[in-house]
Design a protein around this ligand. Structure first.
Ligand SMILES: *Cc1c(COP(=O)(O)O)cnc(C)c1O
Length: 426
């Protein structure tokens, strides 16, 4: 399988090169040259597969540089935790994606990427430096996935004061091969610094740089697996799927799974006040605004980096995208209200991101239609917001009290590129 650049000014490359490069030289995104429909044997019988088997069938057509036996082993290691569908209300279900090591869905993609890069670097002499911008959860998942991996150094950039305490501790307390940079800016600034580093010739001559953001296909593509897995637990002719979205990697992975032949119904693109895509879906105009800080902080993104992939999936046709996806936006006040209402009515604990998906289903599900939203992170990652919504503190599980006690280690930098560049060069 070859991967081309969405800007079409850089050469197409194989899986290995696309994973190691992360970003094509023309600043586009890699995208597979074809999305094969899975064989009728797999599609008629996928509900009997175990999660790693399903993941293997879905990644096999793309990860063609990894021998099948090795790929299967990687997927067994990546998909080693539960991804359950839980009923929340009549006809409303939650796909709980927070049972991995860092309590957010990013674990699936980050672990797959870490293991693919580990596989490719086995016979490489040079140390690889992984740059990752995080709005909250990616940093922790990537740090955890790469911690202690030989020949790999990880540099995490996060926006100062804009991630939760627990998220910050997850990415600043590991040490070893993991470094954290606290950037005086927002997530889009962090993302811009990473992108600029890739385009800097001298930096790339000195360091072997790669990225662990969902711009990397090995981060992005495996997210399609849990949408198919959802169908093994919940049958429906006309499923409505609400995806809390920031960088739009997760929801485009859902569209990708549907292209492989899984009967996934239609989608709700759920955003917080950073609503550039819902506005696009309404008007056809793509007009990013400055980033706004919200309670659903992992979605505080104003220029979603995966938007070109969404366009690619629909050949750039606004009309076609609109057929499959509707937009939904929820304010901070409504997020708090939704968490409180759902707790009271259904005894289910939503996190601030999942709350937007739940509210979207409440508004958009037709009578008798089944809806499912993604619970993208564990509510405890957002303890102050949860306390505000519920009027009481959440019980702190043991893993949280341990983590909170550890000491944060991070270097502070501004949002200008020169300072970041110097830090990398030293
Ligand atoms: C990253 C993240 C999102 C947004 O996912 P995208 O793929 O960036 O759209 C939503 N919720 C949580 C908790 C996240 O960590």
């Amino acid at each position: 399988m070859k991967f081309f650049s969405t800007n079409r000014k850089a050469p197409a490359v194989g899986f290995k090169e696309a994973v190691i490069n992360s970003l094509p030289s023309d600043n586009g995104l890699y995208f597979p040259e074809s999305i094969p429909t899975l064989s009728p044997e797999v599609l008629s019988d996928f509900t009997s597969l175990a999660l790693p088997e399903l993941g293997f069938e879905m990644m096999k057509p793309f990860a063609t540089d990894i021998p099948e036996a090795d790929l299967f082993q990687i997927l067994e290691q990546v998909l080693s935790f539960d991804i359950p569908v839980v009923q929340v209300a009549e006809d409303i279900y939650s796909l709980e994606l927070y049972h991995g090591p860092t309590y957010a869905f990013k674990d699936v993609g980050a672990r797959f990427l870490a293991r693919c890069l580990g596989y490719f670097s086995q016979d490489q002499q040079e140390e690889v430096t992984i740059l990752v911008a995080t709005s909250g959860d990616t940093g922790g998942a990537v740090a955890n996935g790469f911690y202690g991996v030989e020949g790999v150094k990880v540099v995490i950039l996060y926006p100062s004061g804009k991630v939760s305490d627990l998220q910050e501790k997850q990415l600043t307390t590991l040490g070893g091969n993991i470094s954290a940079l606290e950037v005086a800016g927002d997530f889009d600034d962090c993302q811009a610094l990473v992108k600029q580093a890739f385009l800097d010739k001298e930096l790339n001559e000195k360091l072997s740089l790669t990225s662990a953001n969902s711009i990397n296909i090995a981060r992005w593509m495996p997210q399609s697996i849990y949408y198919a897995w959802m169908l093994t637990q919940l049958a429906s002719e006309d499923l409505l799927i609400a995806v809390p979205s920031g960088n739009y990697g997760n929801i485009t992975a859902a569209m990708f799974a549907r292209r492989m032949g899984f009967p996934l119904g239609s989608f709700l693109a759920c955003s917080n006040a950073n609503d550039v895509v819902p506005r696009y879906l309404q008007t056809g105009g793509y007009e990013p605004e400055p980033t706004i800080a919200t309670y659903a902080n992992a979605m505080d993104v104003s220029k979603p980096s995966n938007f070109p992939r969404m366009q690619e999936l629909y050949d750039g046709s606004y009309e076609a995208i609109k057929e499959d996806v509707r937009g939904f936006t929820l304010s901070d006040e409504e997020i708090l209200q939704t968490i409180a209402d759902c707790r009271r009515e259904s005894r289910y604990l939503l996190d601030p991101h999942g709350a937007i998906g739940y509210a979207a289903l409440k508004e958009h599900c037709k009578p008798g239609q089944r809806g499912i939203f993604l619970e993208t992170a564990h509510p405890i990652k957002f303890a102050p917001t949860m306390a505000k919504a519920l009027g009481q503190e959440l019980h702190m599980p043991g893993f949280v009290t341990d983590l909170i006690k550890r000491e944060k280690v991070a270097d502070k930098i501004g949002k200008g590129f020169e300072e970041f560049r110097e830090w990398l060069m030293k």
